[in-house]
Design a protein around this ligand. Structure first.
Ligand code: HEC
Ligand code: HEC
Ligand code: HEC
Ligand code: HEC
Length: 143
């Protein structure tokens, strides 16, 4: 019995250690572009296959910029400590100086829909609401 108890305790200790390692490994790694499809959260969540867009040859700065609106490079993004700094609504919210760029709808539709309509290197993107917006409450939880 005692041996069994010890085994159990050791297993927990090992699990805790692994989690701790995994946690510190994430903290040390610089930020790289996500490979999985993102769901941009909000009142009308939308899917965004991040990798597909990079495969087209788009530079990071087409979408990501800093507080002075200067385009961010992959290196610049890599040196950010916190991915929250890339969150569009962390800046574009009701406190944003330019009132025309406070609403998620305006900011994302300008960036996403406008390019889909105009096209990139002759290729248009999907323009129907349901091409981007998730139907009903098909919530996808991030890990
Ligand atoms: C190219 C992709 C894309 C297309 C097409 C698109 N949207 Fe969006 N839309 C987004 C993204 C991304 C957001 C930001 C997510 C959010 O705020 O919930 C957004 C946000 C919104 C919001 C704001 C939600 C809020 O905060 O109040 C509304 C409303 C909306 N879209 C309606 C529509 C409608 C209606 C259509 C079709 C006519 C449409 N969208 C087409 C990408 C798209
Ligand atoms: C076509 C637009 C677009 C391009 C190009 C782009 N991104 Fe993104 N990226 C986004 C959007 C939109 C988000 C989600 C932001 C949000 O949730 O507000 C995002 C999120 C991210 C995140 C955070 C992921 C997370 O899970 O929090 C990282 C890291 C990132 N991008 C890195 C990059 C890098 C590096 C490049 C260039 C190699 C790049 N992106 C190019 C649009 C783009
Ligand atoms: C660190 C703060 C910050 C973050 C994060 C941020 N923006 Fe911006 N954004 C700005 C500033 C500053 C401007 C310029 C405002 C002006 O011209 O009045 C701007 C302008 C814009 C504009 C209008 C000009 C243009 O480039 O077409 C759009 C659209 C936009 N941002 C979309 C986004 C999207 C999409 C994201 C996320 C991928 C994002 N922003 C993340 C600060 C930010
Ligand atoms: C610079 C141009 C550009 C920008 C910016 C852009 N897209 Fe796209 N997107 C495209 C093109 C072109 C395609 C079609 C690619 C293809 O058919 O191979 C596409 C495809 C898509 C698809 C369909 C992918 C699939 O295979 O189902 C979704 C969803 C999408 N984009 C969402 C978004 C959202 C959300 C944003 C803003 C955060 C965005 N896009 C920003 C050009 C762009």
């Amino acid at each position: 019995m005692q041996k069994k108890m010890f085994g159990f305790g050791a297993a927990i200790a090992a699990a805790v250690t692994i989690c701790f390692w995994a946690g510190s490994a994430t903290a040390d790694t610089s930020l790289t572009a996500p490979k999985d499809e993102l769901v941009i959260k909000g009142k009308k969540p939308a899917r965004f296959p991040h990798k597909n867009h990079l495969d087209m040859g788009l530079k990071c700065g087409v979408c990501h910029h800093d507080a002075e609106h200067k385009p961010l490079t992959a290196e610049g993004i890599g040196s950010l400590e916190d991915p929250v700094k890339l969150s569009c609504v962390s800046c574009h919210n009701s406190d944003f100086a330019n009132v025309k760029l406070q609403k998620a709808k305006d900011v994302f539709h300008t960036r996403c829909k406008d390019c889909h309509k105009a096209g990139y290197e002759g290729k248009k993107g999907p323009a129907k609401c349901s091409d981007c917006h998730l139907k009903k409450k098909k919530a996808v939880e991030g890990c």
